[in-house]
Design a protein around this ligand. Structure first.
Ligand SMILES: *Cc1c(COP(=O)(O)O)cnc(C)c1O
Length: 503
């Protein structure tokens, strides 16, 4: 197995190079040129393993130039002792055919931890192979959860620096506090005046700027990405869909007719991992792509036209407030039978005009695989309330979008086969909104609401959220979206003459 760029198939690299670079030089994303096909026998073996064993088994296929010891070191380092549950990705059954795959038991209470606890290990191991002696500078654009999870994963990891950009008005108070209070000697956090798409575009621009690359190289540094454009973010996410399938089988679910997967989607990374699991042999039927009011993907799945020229909404599910879903590029590569030229054309149309259209053939394949639906804030809150009343199950605002869209899907199609719903964050990360959905009571402070939510719902406050109440704020910079590069140079102390925008 090798990795090729979605925009130029002649670019062929190993897993370590794909992970160390993060993104291909011409802007394409790395994808495996072949996928393993898991057999009955593989699933039998996998079923007997714990999560760490399953992760090693699945990831070994993709980490083609890692030794067995290296895979073992990375996976054990990531998943030993860092999750509050014995299994990092447990399933809660909430009646009917819905299985909630809880992906938020890690140190930052969002599903990003499943990948970002592992990525630092993968990245430092990769960098040793491909860029010995160089310091890796991780740049992150975040809609809230990736930033914190990446900071937590990379804090004080030797030979790395990490810088996170988040939209100053686009994250929840808890997300903001989580990032602004981050500990570690190698961490940098900066808010930008703009939205997530601005942050992501800015980061991608810095990555692919040759002059910047040269400047870093002069100082023995190189960039990489902890966003889901990095293959090292996606591979770990395939594991939990394989693992969920094993868990459903061992519980005796009847899966002869397959099962559906429902994913609250923003950048299309999580649902893409589910697609890859399906491609590898996990019997997933429909991939249900759930969006909030920023429903660019719903429209795309239904019409074949991707059009980001629309109003941007700041919603109660901020980690999905995205109009440029960067991992869709990998899906387009799949759907076009690896047509790199076609993908490059669509992406350049997108950056020039904010819109592209797929062929009828791709559109047909897309609607065979995916169902697209969306929920606005009002529906999301109603769903949280209903879930709590009906099943005593408290879910966060993102998970609720998935549950709400799943309800619409079932009503429309009558498809009652079992479903796995990805639950992507702890409700306590979005306590204010969740509280509104279950009670009329409210306090006038963030942590007062956290405690009230716990009282009203008899659920426990996760330890990392509790610890934030007395956390010291270390970062409070805000910069203009066109000054991100200056902020990077200042953080890395590369530009002493220019004090940059933060001075
Ligand atoms: C990041 C995130 C999402 C969106 O996931 P993508 O992989 O970007 O589609 C959904 N919910 C939560 C809580 C998140 O943090």
């Amino acid at each position: 197995m090798n990795y090729v760029s979605t925009r130029d198939k002649s670019v062929k690299v190993t897993a370590a190079e794909a992970i160390a670079r993060g993104i291909s030089a011409e802007g394409g994303l790395f994808v495996p040129d072949t996928f393993p096909a898991l057999t009955e026998k593989d699933f039998e073996t996998l079923g007997k393993l714990d999560y760490i064993g399953r992760a090693k088994y699945v990831l070994s296929f993709f980490l083609n130039d890692f030794t067995e010891d290296e895979v073992d070191y990375c996976v054990k380092g990531a998943y030993t002792g860092s999750f509050d549950n014995e299994q990092p990705a447990p399933i809660s059954v909430v009646g009917g055919n819905a299985n909630i795959l809880e992906l938020w038991h890690g140190p930052t209470c969002a599903f990003k931890d499943l990948a970002l606890q592992l990525l630092p290990y993968l990245l430092t191991t990769s960098a040793k192979k491909t860029a010995a002696g160089k310091k890796t500078v991780i740049l992150v654009a975040t809609s809230g959860d990736t930033g914190k999870a990446a900071l937590e994963g990379f804090k004080d990891v030797p030979d790395t620096e990490i810088m996170v950009f988040y939209p100053s008005d686009g994250v929840s108070p808890m997300q903001k506090l989580q990032m602004d209070s981050q500990k570690g000697e190698n961490v940098h956090v900066c808010a930008i005046r703009g939205n997530f798409d601005d942050a992501q575009t800015g980061v991608k621009r810095i990555f692919t700027d040759n002059a910047v690359k040269e400047k870093l190289a002069e100082h023995n540094m190189q960039f990489s990405s902890a966003n889901s454009i990095n293959w090292g973010r996606l591979a770990p996410q395939i594991v939990y869909y394989v693992s969920a399938y094993c868990d459903l089988i061992s519980r005796g679910e009847d899966l002869r007719d397959g099962f559906n997967v429902v994913v609250p989607t923003g950048n299309f990374g999580n649902i893409l991992a589910a697609y890859y699991a399906k491609k590898m042999g996990v019997p997933i039927k429909k991939l249900i792509c759930a969006s909030n009011a920023n429903n660019v993907l719903t429209d795309f799945i239904n019409t074949g036209v991707y059009d980001r020229n629309r109003k941007f909404y700041t919603t109660i599910s901020p980690s999905m407030d995205i109009l440029i879903s960067s991992n869709l590029e990998r899906m387009l590569f799949e759907l076009s039978d690896c047509d790199d030229k076609a993908v490059a054309k669509m992406q350049s149309d997108l950056s020039a005009n904010g819109v592209f259209k797929v062929t009828d053939e791709i559109k047909a394949k897309m609607s065979e695989l995916f169902y697209g639906g969306c929920c606005d804030d009002e529906e999301t809150l109603a769903t949280i309330g209903d879930m709590f009343k009906e099943y005593g199950y408290l879910c966060d605002t993102h998970t609720a979008v998935a549950v709400g869209v799943y309800k619409k899907y079932k009503a429309e199609t009558g498809d009652e086969r079992p479903a796995v719903i990805a639950s992507t964050a702890s409700p306590y990360k979005f306590a204010n909104s969740v509280l509104t959905a279950v009670t009329d009571k409210k306090t006038d402070s963030e942590f007062g609401n956290v405690r009230l939510l716990s009282e009203v719902t008899s659920t426990e406050i996760p330890a990392p959220i509790k610890a934030l109440e007395n956390a010291e704020v270390r970062f409070n910079e805000v910069c203009d979206k066109d000054k991100m590069l200056d902020a990077v140079y200042t953080a890395l102390k590369l530009n002493k003459a220019n004090k940059g925008p933060l001075a």
